[in-house]
Ligand binder design. Sequence first.
Ligand SMILES: [Zn+2]
Length: 279
Amino acid sequence: MANIFSVDLEDWYHANYNRGSESGVARGESIIPRNVMKILDLLDENGSKCTFFVLGQVAEKFKDILRDIAARGHEIASHGFDHKLVYSQTEKEFREDVRRAKGTLEEITRKEIKGYRAPSWSITARSLWALPILLEEGYRYDSSIFPTQNFMYGIKNAPRFAHVHNLAAGNLLEVPPSTVRFCGTNIPFSGGFYFRVCPEFMIKTFSRIVSRSGYPTVFYIHPREIDTRQPRLELTFKNKFIHYAGIKNCLKKLTSIMSAFPMTSIEIFYGKFFREGVL
Ligand SMILES: [Zn+2]
């Protein structure tokens, strides 16, 4: 079975460690062009497809890169416009952000944008009001609810696999990042910090366990996670560890996992549902 591969397309300074804070302002050289090329080549080498959740600010800056990604058969979806935490916004601000992001991406790619992933997985128990807004704004799926709980995000008992939110205005598909269940707890492994610190054999084993449940593993990565030359943010010791641990070996690990596991985009994997109008 194919797995799902996704990239949160943002720059090295897009981070939300301080509650309620906005992500950093643009400074220095962007790491996006060189890393997107690496990821696109890796995808082509393995005949894989990917969903790129693109930040609106990034899309405006790199229109040609965005068109290249779409021309190579990958899905463009939305990561919001400004990388603000959903639960730190008002409903009105959130609506404006996701509307602006969708409009920007559709204008550049000339394609319908179906999916949304919140900055730092910030649709949590206190920001579930975001789901009907996404549907009303024309999104057809969400990939923002992490079925775990930590200091920044997650809903501990959220469903671990893809499911449908039956909302008053219709159905919205939810595609959560993957976890394995161990001693009554959901253990993340398939992206970000977890992917970087988890040994390769464990990621492979966990992905096979997810497959046996009949679902794809939903992998995710940020360009900065495969870039050892990026400028560094000033962070606390703990946040520095979360942000930079395991970057040195991440590309090697990703290359190996991509060659071992077939990957596709969310739009392709759930294409039947989108085409039949179920979602
Ligand atoms: Zn992000």
